[in-house]
Ligand binder design. Sequence first.
Ligand SMILES: [Zn+2]
Length: 305
Amino acid sequence: MIIDFHVHAFPSSLAGRALEKLASSARAKHYLDGTAQALSRSAREAGIDYSVLLPVVTKPQQQENINAAAIETNAHSAETGLISFGGIHPDNSDFRSVLRRLAESGVPGIKLHPVFQQVYLDDIRYLRIMECACENDLIVLIHAGYDIGYPGSEYSSVPRIASMLEKIQPHKLVLAHMGGWGCWDQVEEHIVGKDVWLDTAFSLLPIRPAPGTQRQPQEDPPLSRQQFLRMVRRHGADRILFGTDSPWENQAETLAVLRGMELPEGADPDCGSLEDGLTSQELSDILGNNGARLLPQIRQLAPCR
Ligand SMILES: [Zn+2]
């Protein structure tokens, strides 16, 4: 079972405009047209069974439509291979009933994006939401670290994540982008080894510029293979989730990068070569077993290829 734990799609009527806006602020290429149909096709072609959609509520009044769409998406997961999280804004005062309804409707988790929502991660509003999500057994997936479209924005910085973790301990917490996009040295120092999952989205490949924009070769370098493997080793491969951030990365290409890290058959897991790659068990844990452990409904769904 292969699960891409971090993808995005937009309603067909908005996809073109939404992608254009995001691509120009990020100066980053997108690989699909932003629709769920294109995503389903991309996943099928890459041999990915399920992709987890992570909608972001950027204004409080959007939560109702976004969460209704998530419930509708999840009614068709077996055919589309798409499982959607819900969303909430820190200014949604009715968050308790919203989260309860999501849980009762079988939505597995929520996405929080402190940079897009412009609220610090350790703000009391987020802490209350996360505690309530935890009481409802919902996964909480947080955009962690910098955001390419908002350079220097500190809303979800490693110190904010550490401060949040001092106050609450959600038991199903996923930090996107290997714990903090663009601040992986700080993640190694302060986050690795804590009781959290890390997803690999938008971390392992160089960023290609959107047409008509430029990027310097050294601008926003990806996590190096060596540092990634060291982080996996120290954090535990059982807490790493394959994610791509599609359409901002190509699903098949990201999958190939991870598969390219597999140690040759017969490599001794107890010898020093462990820093050079992943055992086949670790690789299959990262690519799908860990995600399947977190997502209860996967057990009712067959592999979707
Ligand atoms: Zn993302």
